[in-house]
Design a binder for this molecule. Sequence first.
Ligand code: IDP
Ligand code: MG
Length: 149
Amino acid sequence: MEQTYVMVKPDGVQRGLVGEVVSRIEKRGLKIVALRMNVISDAAAKEHYAEHAARPFFPSLIGFITSGPSVSMVVAGKDAIKVMRAVNGATNPVDAAPGTVRGDFALDVGRNVVHASDSPEAAAREIAIHFKDSEIAAYSRIDEVCLYE
Ligand code: IDP
Ligand code: MG
């Protein structure tokens, strides 16, 4: 089963949306195999968003993502990377479809509530930044017999 890294960003935590996001992930059938709340360090944030280092919004992105607690998860399941990107919706919430997290709860690209890895390479890289192997749980969810053919 594929794994992806998901974050409820500091705006999502401050707005009380942790449960909403977790609930959507669980109800979709995806399995949370690691979960933690912490304030991400400046170094980890810069590594996480390294691909955007040259962009004009990079300093404010790093400042915001480290400004308060966020919730980090490893989420597993069939096509978890693609499915989580769809659950979250388009990067710019103005373009995000209703029914997605960003389409239901956000308006501004710099306050778009959630993150999810965009490729298998990014997922492996981001999971390794935020979690040790020993923090990722291997277990079966009882509903998997109904969820998967
Ligand atoms: P993603 O979060 O959907 O993967 P990316 O393009 O990887 O989107 O950008 C990472 C994050 O950087 C976005 O979620 C958003 O918070 C922020 N961001 C992206 N583009 C802009 C921008 O043009 N202005 C301000 N913030 C941006
Ligand atoms: Mg991205």
